[in-house]
Design a protein around this ligand. Sequence first.
Ligand code: SF4
Length: 362
Amino acid sequence: MEEKSLLALVEKLNQEHSLRREEWEDLIRYRTPEVSERVFSRARRWARCYYGNKIYVRGLIEISSFCRNNCLYCGIRRGNPNAQRYRLTKEQIWDCAQRGYELGFRTFVLQGGEDPGFSDEQVAQTVAGLRARYPDCAITLSLGERKKEVYALWYEAGANRYLLRHETADPRHYARLHPPELDPVYRQNCLWNLKEIGYQVGTGFMVGSPYQTPENLAEDFLFIEKLQPHMVGIGPFVPHHDTPFAHKPAGTAELTVFLLALLRLQQPNVLLPATTALGTIDPKGREKGVLAGANVIMPNLSPMDVRKKYMLYDNKISTGDESAQNLANLKQRMADIGYEIVVDRGDWIGPQGLASTGRARI
Ligand code: SF4
C-alpha cells in the first residue's frame, strides 16, 4: 500500500477519530517510519490539547499474587507451582498508601489476581479505610472479573475507577490465550457493568501477544470505539519462563508506541499510560510512550519485599526509576523531554474539557 494513502488515513483518523476495520488493518500492517512519525506528532498535539505537558502518576499497590485463573501468558496463573504467593493485609495496604501520599501521589491503584482469599467484604473494608484516610485521592481497583453487585459494593465503599483489560476483542484469539472456562463476552460485560455503576473505566490489551494479527488489533480498536473507556492500558507481551508461552517472542516497543499513538488519535482525551511492560522491554520505553501521546505513569508503591513476587512476566521492573520512592528521577526524565509530573488526582477530562480550558481544537 502506498505511503501517501497511509498518510491520508492518519489525517482521517486525526480529524474523525474513527476508521473502518480494513483501514485499521492497513495502517497497522503497512506502517512505515514516516507514517509513524506523522502519527506521533498528531498524537502529541492531542495529548497537549487536553492535558498540556502534564504527566499524571498513579501509585501502584500489588495487593495479592494469588489468582484462581490460569491465563496462558501470566506468571502468577494458578497452574504455576513456582510462583511466589503473598497477600497484603489491609493495614499493609494503608501503610503503602500513606507512604505514597507523603511522596505526593493522589491516586492509588490496588491491583491483584482474582484471589478468593481476599473476600469481597475485605476489599470493601480496605477501600473504605483508604477513602476515610484520603478523601482527596482517587482509588482505582484492578482486581479482575466480579459480579456486578460486587463492583457496586466497592464503588459504594469509595472506589472511583476500575481497570480491566479486555485482552483481545476477537473471541478466537481470546480462546488461544485463555483456558476454556474464561469467556470474553463475560469479561466485556464486566466493563459495561462498571461503566453503568459509575466507575471511570480502563480497558486494554497486550501488544504482540501470541497469534495476534493486524485483524485482531483492528477488532480491539473497534471495541474501544464502542466502549468509550476513560483509560486504555496497552503494553507489549513479555513471556514468563514458567508459562506455556515461555518461548513465544515478546511484543515490540515499536509496535506498542505506534498503537499508543493511534489510540490517542482515536480517543484524544483518553488517559493513556506508558506501562511498566513498555519500560521493561526498552529502557527508554516511558519516554517513547509519552512522545507517542501517553500521559500517565504508574510507579510501584508495593512493599519492597513483595515486588519480586508479583512477576506477571520475566524481568518485570519494580525498582530503580520504576519505584515510587524514586519519583525525583522520573520527574527528571520527563523534564528532559519537556514534560512535567504533577501531583494531582489526574481525572479524565471529558470532551467539554476543551471548551472549559479554552484550548483550541486542532
Ligand atoms: S492475567 Fe490476571 S486473571 Fe489471568 S492468571 Fe494472571 S492475574 Fe489471574
